[in-house]
Design a binder for this molecule. Structure first.
Ligand code: 5AD
Ligand code: SF4
Length: 466
């Protein structure tokens, strides 16, 4: 890098042209919380006079916002760093930084890896210092880092730089996690649980409404434990639903251990609160659930599902499952399979157990289920779930739904409009006069395991929310 001026977000051009802003390419991996954090980072760096680019060739700095939840995610990032170095070559170097969960998880190991040549790392609570961290990497060469976790940082004073053409805005209402599920690295990489204040969240959502966003999705590692003094999560949802322009409110993810009746009652009656619950099961065997420190038994999970369905009959239920947790036997995997069949989730994310350094499971249990067994279990469970998902989707054929039209994303096909039902199912529609953000009535005409197909209903007959 060449010289930099005093605000350090510009780069001097050697041939005498005026200094220009430093160009940053930001790539995001992993969960929605990471997507949200990337929007925070954009906002912070734009204010600090950086410029964002999409092209690796023109970037001065590449920032990878990373995930450490599974080994696969980490390996993908290593591969990407090597690829970037290779593409840019020795004669055209640039600064590479790692943000997010991998930064805290691997810390110095990342910087010390001579092969990788990472110039700086910043953990999830250090984004306000990014300008200085990048400046140090520029000035002194590699090994600039800050992965200190905070008990207080909620970025309440940063308004994320979102893509304006979206209809949905993600809003992190809390950060961190105190649950310490034994397989999970998040409590270590993101630190202790902190809630943003009610007023601060309301201010953000009102601003989103005024900018034209129709839907908000409230984000947290454990949204049900959000609180502000006497106010709980259901209260927050109720308050947001009073903002006129916001048509839909979603949330992810709750923990089965504390799913309050007040939230279910609100979901049952409030038309803005979407009837979709992502409720991670993780495993169907009580012994494994205990080893995972999930703090519920399979029967308690099933009772909660019954209660949810009795209060909200057409609710869409999705889940996360881990197969091959240490010592899981074939019979215990069968327990998981039985629950999957019994509940009939609308869809499920199924993962092979991946040992994460520093977690309780990594310290206490040997990763002793062979990869072949994990593969056998995940393949079988995915096959069963796909059939269930197809049946669930086919059951909607002939029904009428309210669908929120979304912008068409790359790869979603030509000459089609796309939207989502209240239960978050993707619907393909003919191109009509509708635009993203419109709520339209749609009759479902076909279904696959991945999406529904529909046509617009122009007549005024009543439609179900789901
Ligand atoms: N191995 C496999 N899956 C994991 N998850 C979290 N940690 C691990 C791990 N070590 C899964 C859980 C969680 C989802 C976000 O990722 O199912 O709910
Ligand atoms: Fe990880 Fe469990 Fe916290 Fe979810 S609730 S982030 S799985 S520790």
């Amino acid at each position: 890098m060449d010289q930099h001026n005093e605000n350090n977000a510009t780069i001097a051009i050697p041939d005498g042209k005026p200094a220009r802003k430093l160009r940053v390419l930001l790539e995001t991996y992993g969960c929605q919380m990471n997507e949200y954090d990337s929007q925070l980072v954009r906002s912070i760096l734009i204010k600090d006079n950086f410029e964002f680019v999409d092209d690796l060739k023109t970037a001065d700095v590449v920032v990878l916002n990373t995930c450490a939840v599974r080994d696969h995610a980490e390996r993908k990032i290593f591969g990407r760093v090597h690829q970037i170095r290779h593409i840019r070559g020795k004669d055209n170097p640039l600064i590479i930084g790692i943000l997010g969960c991998m930064a805290t998880h691997l810390r110095k190991a990342l910087l010390d890896d001579a092969g990788l040549k990472i110039d700086f790392i910043a953990g999830p609570d250090s984004y306000k210092n990014l300008k200085d961290i990048i400046r140090e990497a520029q000035a002194k060469g590699p090994k600039s880092f800050d992965v200190t976790l905070s008990e207080f940082e909620t970025y309440s004073d940063v308004y994320p730089a979102r893509q304006k053409e979206s209809v949905n805005a993600w809003v992190a209402i809390m950060r961190g996690c105190n649950n310490f599920c034994t397989f999970c690295v998040v409590p270590y990489t993101r630190g202790r649980e902190r809630s943003r204040t009610l007023d601060n969240i309301m201010e953000e959502v009102k601003r989103l409404a005024s900018e034209g966003f129709k839907q908000v999705t409230l984000l947290g590692q454990n949204v049900n434990s959000w609180h502000d003094g006497p106010h709980d999560f259901a209260y927050l949802m109720g308050q947001i639903s009073q903002i006129k322009e916001i048509e839909r409110i979603r949330f992810t993810s709750p923990h089965p251990k504390d799913f309050p009746d007040s939230l279910l009652d609100l979901m049952a009656v409030n038309p803005k609160v979407c009837r979709h619950i992502h409720l991670p099961l993780q495993a169907g065997s009580d012994r494994i659930l205990e080893m995972m420190n999930r703090t519920y038994k399979a029967q308690e999970y099933l009772m909660l599902i019954d209660k949810i369905r009795s209060k909200i009959p057409h609710v869409v239920l999705t889940t996360d499952i881990i197969v091959g947790f240490p010592t899981e036997t074939d019979e215990e995997f069968e327990d998981t399979r039985r629950i999957v069949e019994k509940v009939g989730f609308d869809s499920a994310f199924i993962f092979k157990y991946s040992q994460r350094q520093g977690t309780i499971a990594a310290k206490k249990y040997k990763d002793d289920v062979s990869d072949a067994d994990k593969t056998k279990r995940i393949v079988l469970l995915n096959k069963i779930q796909q059939e269930i998902t197809l049946q669930k989707n086919q059951a909607h054929i002939g029904q009428t739904h309210s669908v929120l039209i979304e912008p068409v994303l790359e790869g979603q096909g030509f000459n089609k409009a796309v939207g989502r039902t209240d239960g978050n199912k993707l619907v393909y529609l003919p191109l009509g006069e509708n635009k993203p953000g419109d709520l339209v009535r749609v009759k479902i005409t076909d279904a696959s395991p991945h999406a529904l197909k529909g046509e617009y209903c122009y007549s005024g007959f009543p439609f179900s929310r789901e």
